[in-house]
Design a protein around this ligand. Structure first.
Ligand code: ATP
Ligand code: MG
Length: 781
C-alpha cells in the first residue's frame, strides 16, 4: 500500500482510493475531509489519470493553494500544476477567458469587484432620476446578485410575479428595470461582476453544447470541497460538467453551512444521492484536529440545531484545557485582554505568533485588537476588511491598467479620465456620456472624436492627449509584461509624482502604497506561475489575478509569523492551535438580523460551531459589556451562545483578573443585562480590567503577574512600553529613540489628541521624519 494511504483510517482510505463513480463524504469538522480530497487527487494521478483531466473546486484561493501544496508533497513532483484547481470564480474566469467571445464578450473582459458594480448602479439609478436613498446601490446590487445566483437573468426577473410583488412591497418596483439596464451596461463595457463569473459560465454551457461537451470530456474527474456552501448556480454548473463521466466527489458538512444568505443550500447535500443513483456515501467520525474538551463543546452546541444530519464526532486527542470565558468592560479592554493573553501564552508555552487567530463576526470588529497588538509589538495581519486593493490610490492606479487592458471599461475610464487633473471637466465628461448613450457607442469610442460630442478647444485637446497616451500604453502591452507597462504608467501619468509631491503624512502613505503596488506587480512578473497553462505575465493576466483574490487570500506569505485576524466566514476550513472567538454578544453574534427567524438563528449557531472547531489546542470566548458601534456607546448582553456552552467544559475563573464586580461595571450594565445575562453564581464572575482604566482598583494577583510578564518582555523589546498612551508626554525639544531611525530630537508636535504627529530630526537615521505616534515605536530617553 502507498504510504499516503497508510496514514488514513479505514473510512478515509476507502474514500481516497475510490476511483470511478459518484462519491459523497459527509462528516463533521476536522475529520479529514480536505485531507481525503487531496489524497484522492494524488491517488488518481498515481493511478495514471492525467492532471489536465481533473477539476477541483473550493471556496478560497488559500484553500486551493493549500490543496495543491499537499498534493505536491505526496507526489514529490510538480504534476499538480496541471490540475484545474481553484475557487469556483477563478476556474470559471479562466474558462471564460478562453470562451467569452462565444457569448459576445471580449475574451479580455474586465472583472468588476463589488465597488465597481455599485458605482455603476449608482450612475444608472441617477440616470433614471430615482432616489438613491430608496434605491440604494447596495440593496439593488444584493437583489441582482441573488437573482444571478439563482440563475435568473433580467428577463426572468421581470417576468416573475412573486419577485415583482416583493419589489413593489419594498417600495422599489423598478428594481427589475435597473437590473436590465445594469446587465446591458456591463455587457457594453465588456465587464462581468463576480456573480457573472458563475452566471455567464452557466449561460455559456447552456447555449453552446459544443463548449459543454468539450469541458465534460476534459474533466473526467470533478471534486468539490465544502459542498454544503454551493449555491444554485454552482450546483447546476457542476451537475452539467459531471454529467458524462459522473466521476464526481463532493465533500461537506451540513453543520458548517454558513452561506445561505448568498443562496447556498444544504439541500445540495441532501439531494446528492437522488442526483446520482448508486452514489457511494462515506461518513467520517474521528476528529483529528481538536482536544476532547473543544470537541465536546462543539458537539453540544450543534446538537441544539433542529436541522442536521446526525453525526457522532469523537477524538483520541488529549482532553486538553477547558474553554476559557472572558468578560470585559469595554471592547478596548477585550482587545487588551487578547493581546496580553497572546503575550503570556507565547512566553509560557513558546507559541509563535502564527499559532493564534482572533476570529470575529464582522470585519468592523478588528480595530480594538489591532490597536492592542500594535501596542505590545505583536505582528499581526488582517485578512479581509479594507484591504490594500481597496485603497483609493491603488484603485486609481489599477483603473489605468484596466483601461489599457480593456478600453471599453467605462467605470475605470471615468475614474481616471481627469485624474490627475488634465483639464477634462465634469461638463465634458457628462457630454461624452450622453453622446455615448444616444449613439450606442462606448465611452472610449466617443473619446476618439471629441469634436463630434461638441467639444472644442482646450477640452478637446486634453482628450486627444489622453487618448494618445492610453493608446501608447496599449501598444506597449502587446510586447511588454505587466510590470513594464505599469512602470510606464506611473512615469507618464504623473500619478506617482503627484503623490510624491504631497508631503503630508497621508500623502506619504499613499505614495508608499503605490510603490508597494509596483513592487507587487514586479514580484508577480518574476514569480514562476503555478497555474498550469497560465504562464504569461501580461497585464491582462495580472489584472485577473488581483481581481479574483478573495478576502481571505490577500494575505501574501502563508508562513509569515503573524497573528491572524479574520471573520469566522473567512476562517472556514482552516485550523489554528489557539483561537480567540471574540465579540460574543447579542446583536453581534448572533447578529441582529438573525434574531427573529429560526433558520437564520440556526445558521448563526452553525457559525458558532465553525469558530469552535477551528481550534486545535486552546479556545477563548470573550465579550464586552459595552462597545462603540455606529459612533455611540452601546450596552450588550452576552450572546445566548455563551449560555449554550456546558459549564463543565468552561473555565470562567481564568478571567479572574479582577476582584469583585466594580462600580464601573455596575454603571455600565443595563438593567436588562443584569436581568438576563449571568445567573447568580456568575455575579461573582471576574472581569478583566486594564491598569490605568477607571477600574484600576480591581487589579489582582494575575494582573500583577501580567505586568511582570510584560516587564520581562519589555527588556527584550525596549520600545514596547512606550505606546500610544504615552505621546501625551512628548513635546518639542525632547530626545527620543525610534526602533528603526535611532536617536532623534522632536522638532514639533501636530495633530489632535488621538492622532499626534511628531516631526523628528534623526541625525543618523535619514534626517527629518514625520511620525504618527499612534503607530510609532518611540521611547523617550
Ligand atoms: P473542516 O470541516 O474544518 O474543513 P476537515 O474535515 O476538512 O475539516 P482536515 O482539515 O482535512 O479536516 O483535517 C483536520 C486535521 O486533522 C488536519 O490537521 C489533518 O492533517 C488532520 N488529519 C486528518 N486525518 C488524519 C489522520 N488520519 N491522521 C492524522 N491526522 C489527520
Ligand atoms: Mg476542510
Amino acid at each position: 500500500m502507498h504510504d499516503y494511504l497508510k496514514e488514513l483510517n479505514d473510512n478515509q482510505r476507502e474514500a481516497a482510493s475510490h476511483m470511478e463513480g459518484p462519491l459523497m463524504i459527509v462528516a463533521g469538522a476536522g475529520s479529514g475531509k480536505t485531507k481525503v480530497l487531496t489524497t484522492r487527487i494524488a491517488h488518481l494521478l498515481k493511478q495514471g489519470v492525467d492532471a489536465f483531466n481533473i477539476l477541483a473546486l473550493t471556496f478560497t484561493n488559500k484553500a486551493a493553494a493549500e490543496m495543491k501544496e499537499r498534493i505536491e508533497k505526496i507526489l514529490g513532483n510538480s504534476e499538480a500544476r496541471n490540475l484545474y484547481i481553484g475557487t469556483f470564480h477563478s476556474v470559471f474566469a479562466r474558462i471564460l477567458r478562453a470562451e467569452a467571445h462565444k457569448i459576445g464578450y471580449p475574451n479580455s473582459f474586465t472583472i468588476y469587484d463589488s465597488d465597481d458594480a455599485k458605482s455603476l448602479l449608482k450612475t444608472i439609478i441617477k440616470d433614471n432620476n430615482l432616489d438613491d436613498k430608496l434605491y440604494k446601490p447596495q440593496y439593488i446590487y444584493g437583489r441582482i446578485s441573488a437573482a444571478k445566483n439563482n440563475l435568473m437573468g433580467p428577463i426572468e426577473y421581470l417576468q416573475d410575479k412573486s419577485i415583482a410583488q416583493e419589489d413593489a412591497r419594498s417600495g422599489r418596483p423598478l428594481t427589475g428595470q435597473l437590473y436590465a439596464q445594469y446587465a446591458a451596461r456591463c455587457f457594453k463595457n465588456g465587464a462581468m461582476d463576480f456573480d457573472d463569473l458563475l452566471f455567464k459560465m452557466y449561460e455559456l454551457l447552456v447555449k453552446h453544447p459544443d463548449v459543454l461537451a468539450k469541458y465534460q470530456h476534459k474533466f473526467r474527474f470533478v471534486l468539490i470541497d465544502e459542498y454544503q456552501d454551493t449555491n444554485i448556480a454552482q450546483y447546476q454548473i457542476i451537475k452539467m460538467l459531471a454529467a458524462v463521466h459522473e466521476n464526481i466527489c463532493v465533500v461537506g458538512d451540513d453543520a458548517q453551512s454558513i452561506y445561505s444568505f448568498r443562496g447556498a443550500t444544504i439541500e445540495n447535500i441532501l439531494k446528492f444521492q437522488k442526483d446520482y443513483e448508486g452514489a457511494k456515501v462515506i461518513k467520517l467520525e474521528q476528529n483529528y484536529r481538536s482536544t476532547q474538551n473543544i470537541l465536546n463543546v462543539a458537539n453540544k452546541v450543534i446538537g441544539l440545531n433542529k436541522n442536521q444530519i446526525q453525526k457522532n464526532l469523537w477524538t483520541q486527542n488529549d482532553t486538553g484545557e477547558k474553554l476559557k470565558l472572558v468578560r470585559t468592560l469595554t471592547d478596548n479592554d477585550e482587545g487588551r485582554f487578547v493581546a496580553d493573553a497572546i503575550m503570556e501564552q507565547k512566553l509560557r508555552y513558546h507559541y509563535n505568533n502564527k499559532d493564534f487567530a482572533i476570529l470575529y463576526r464582522t470585519n468592523a470588529q478588528s480595530r480594538s485588537f489591532e490597536e492592542s497588538l500594535r501596542r505590545l509589538n505583536i505582528p499581526y495581519r488582517i485578512f479581509g476588511g479594507l484591504s490594500f486593493y481597496q485603497r483609493k490610490e491603488i484603485k486609481d492606479f489599477i483603473a489605468y491598467l484596466r483601461v489599457i487592458a480593456n478600453p471599453q471599461d467605462e467605470e475605470a475610464l471615468k475614474r481616471i479620465i481627469n485624474y490627475p487633473v488634465r483639464g477634462i471637466g465634469k461638463t465634458s465628461i457628462e457630454r461624452i456620456i450622453i453622446i455615448a448613450n444616444e449613439t450606442d457607442k462606448t465611452f472610449w469610442e466617443v473619446l476618439q472624436t471629441p469634436h463630434l460630442a461638441g467639444l472644442k478647444g482646450a477640452a478637446a485637446a486634453a482628450i486627444d492627449n489622453f487618448v494618445l497616451m492610453m493608446k501608447s500604453f496599449q501598444a506597449l502591452m502587446k510586447t511588454k509584461d505587466a510590470y513594464e507597462v505599469a512602470f510606464e504608467v506611473g512615469k507618464h501619468t504623473n500619478l506617482v509624482k503627484e503623490l510624491y509631491n504631497d508631503k503630508s503624512v497621508e500623502g506619504l502613505a499613499r505614495y508608499e502604497n503605490v510603490q508597494e503596488l509596483l513592487n507587487a506587480i514586479k514580484e508577480y512578473t518574476e514569480t514562476p506561475d503555478e497555474e498550469g497553462e497560465l504562464t504569461d505575465k501580461s497585464l491582462g493576466t495580472y489584472l485577473q489575478n488581483i481581481t479574483l483574490l478573495t478576502d481571505a487570500d490577500k494575505d501574501g506569505d502563508e508562513n509569515q509569523d503573524v497573528v491572524k485576524l479574520m471573520t469566522i466566514h473567512a476562517a472556514k476550513g482552516l485550523e489554528f492551535p489557539c483561537v480567540f472567538a471574540v465579540g460574543l454578544e447579542e446583536n453581534i453574534f448572533p447578529s441582529a438580523m438573525s434574531l427573529y427567524d429560526r433558520d437564520d438563528l440556526e445558521e448563526e449557531r452553525r457559525l458558532f460551531y465553525v469558530v469552535i472547531t477551528r481550534a486545535k489546542h486552546k479556545l477563548w470566548i470573550s465579550f464586552a459589556n459595552s462597545r462603540y458601534r455606529f459612533g455611540s456607546l452601546v450596552q450588550n448582553e452576552p450572546s445566548r451562545f455563551v449560555d449554550e456552552v456546558p459549564p463543565e467544559y468552561m473555565d470562567k475563573s481564568f478571567a479572574g483578573l479582577a476582584g469583585a464586580r466594580t462600580g464601573a461595571i455596575a454603571r455600565n450594565t443595563s438593567a436588562q443585562q443584569q436581568q438576563r445575562s449571568f445567573t447568580p453564581k456568575e455575579k461573582t464572575e471576574k472581569v478583566y480590567v486594564r491598569p490605568g482604566s477607571k477600574a484600576e482598583e480591581t487589579t489582582t494577583a494575575r494582573e500583577a503577574a501580567i505586568q511582570k510578564v510584560k516587564a520581562q518582555v519589555n527588556t527584550h523589546i525596549p520600545s514596547a512600553n512606550f505606546t500610544a498612551s504615552d505621546p501625551e508626554d512628548m513635546e518639542a525639544g525632547m530626545k527620543v529613540e525610534h526602533q528603526k531611525f535611532g536617536i532623534g530630537t522632536i522638532m514639533k508636535m501636530d495633530g489632535g489628541a488621538h492622532n499626534r504627529i511628531a516631526t523628528i530630526q534623526f541625525p543618523n537615521g535619514g534626517g527629518e521624519k514625520k511620525i504618527m505616534l499612534a503607530y510609532a515605536k518611540l521611547m523617550i530617553i
